[in-house]
Design a protein around this ligand. Structure first.
Ligand SMILES: C[S@@+](CC[C@H](N)C(=O)[O-])C[C@H]1O[C@@H](n2cnc3c(N)ncnc32)[C@H](O)[C@@H]1O
Length: 423
């Protein structure tokens, strides 16, 4: 299927840099993998090729060689995959690493994500035949509700080049709504952002914009920046500014250093998915609750809701959000979920939405021992989801998974999985 057509040596001198062998290999791409690479094979060894598409026949340079796989760079597309499309973004064509799959038709991106999820669950031995899998697509562009960029020393906004820490300076991104691209163009190269290492741009569903700088600017510089960007809100710890989102009739205030889900089109669907899977009962725990997105979403279904997060900024906002929405049955705790459950009460359901590292062995053990009837696992990192479901095997079995494509054009996706206790 492949052939190594040339092997040549660079710098064949005795005193120069170490000799590096660079092979050119022809390969057919079988499928897309998590992290974005296409998978081909050279002499049975995996060849991972960025920016390839399933069905491509490629001439590639092998640029890195590892024990069980090589990394290839496309030299020539010999036969193009039927799934290839022309990427709309000039920065993507220049190597911007913010997206990995702009060259792949959106229907193929969705199909690949579905296949990646099923394969990960199968390999972890948690894919039972009765599990229901639903895939929810997003509008493929302009979907971000918040977006982070680097700032160079000269105040230029940038993302990293793929597989590198080299900045690609940009003043337009296809993942952003027009209003955020307008803000990006105002900020590009502006002296008021010199000294920040990164920015976060925000937009709520009414089109109100927000901006956060990292680190937060000293107060006088912050006031100067607020003046430059009017009427955009500068989210800054000393200015006590809040941006208000409304999802499924609930009001969520976000502020500096707080978390909010990123896809402006799918946030209502995500909220409903968790609400439907959580069911109802006396008490639900919402672990990794952020500013209370799911805690409030399930607050009419349970007599009591207890949310937990380790970020104090989130907990302050979560408490204020519960009060603003008139939900007196919802309370929050500042605690580290990795150390286990800080309360001894029995919950009917536990919702978890951990960062990419997934659940700690201690928390998994406590959940298994306490044995709530239902577990709703929200994950942005399918490999750790598969690992944790396999660790819960024997206590819980997955009933339904919804794949929400919160991040089109990239390899990332979100899943919400309902698990039922094995009686
Ligand atoms: C993916 S966000 C989810 C937030 C929330 N569920 C939502 O949908 O908006 C993960 C959250 O976990 C929190 N977090 C990270 N590590 C934690 C830990 N060890 N214990 C408690 N919370 C943690 C972060 O502060 C963040 O708010």
């Amino acid at each position: 299927m492949f052939k190594v057509s040339t092997i040549f040596r660079r710098a064949l001198t005795t005193r120069g840099p170490p000799i590096r062998l660079v092979a050119v290999a022809r390969c057919k791409i079988e499928k897309l993998l998590y992290r974005g690479y296409g998978l081909g094979r050279t002499k049975g060894k995996a060849l991972l090729v960025p920016r390839s598409a399933p069905g491509d026949l490629l001439e590639t340079h092998i640029v890195e060689s590892h024990r069980s796989y090589d990394i290839g760079k496309i030299e020539q597309v010999v036969e193009s995959s039927a799934a290839r499309v022309e990427p709309p973004c000039t920065f993507y064509k220049q190597g911007c690493g913010g997206c990995q799959w702009q060259h792949v038709h959106y229907s193929e991106q969705l199909e690949s994500k579905r296949a990646i999820l099923l394969e990960l669950l199968e390999r972890a031995h948690v894919l039972n035949p009765s599990i229901e899998l639903e895939v929810i697509a997003s509008p493929p562009f302009y979907y971000r509700a918040r977006f982070s960029l680097r700032v160079t020393r000269r105040g230029q906004t940038a993302l990293f080049r793929e597989r590198s820490h080299e900045p690609v300076v940009l003043d337009y991104c296809w993942l952003l709504p027009d209003e955020l691209n307008g803000l990006l163009q105002t900020l590009q190269g502006h002296p008021a952002i010199v000294g920040c290492h990164s920015l976060q741009l925000w937009i709520n569903e009414q089109g109100q914009l927000g901006l956060e700088t990292f680190p937060p600017l000293p107060k006088l510089k912050a006031l100067e920046l607020q003046w430059v960007i009017e009427p955009v809100l500068l989210l800054h710890p000393l200015l006590a500014t809040r941006l208000v989102f409304t999802v499924e009739g609930l009001r969520y205030d976000v502020g500096p250093n707080s978390f909010f889900q990123t896809n402006r089109y799918l946030n209502p669907r995500l909220s409903r998915a968790v609400g439907d899977m959580a069911g109802s009962g006396d008490l639900v725990f919402d672990l990794y609750c952020g500013i209370g997105f799911f805690s409030l979403a399930v607050s009419l279904q349970f007599a009591r809701v207890l949310g937990l997060d380790k970020n104090p900024a989130n907990i302050v906002l979560a408490e204020a959000n519960a009060i603003r929405n008139g939900r007196g049955n919802v309370s929050f705790l500042l605690a580290d979920a990795a150390s286990g459950l800080p309360v001894s009460e029995h919950a009917d359901c536990i919702i978890v939405d951990p960062p990419r590292a997934g659940l700690s062995p201690k928390l998994l053990q406590e959940i298994s021992e306490r044995g709530p009837k239902r577990l709703v696992y929200v994950s942005c990192e399918p490999p750790t989801l598969a690992r944790d479901l396999s660790r819960l095997k024997g206590f819980y079995h997955p009933v339904k998974t919804i794949l929400l494509d919160l991040f089109p054009q990239t390899f990332h996706f979100e899943t919400v999985t309902q698990l039922q206790h094995l009686d």
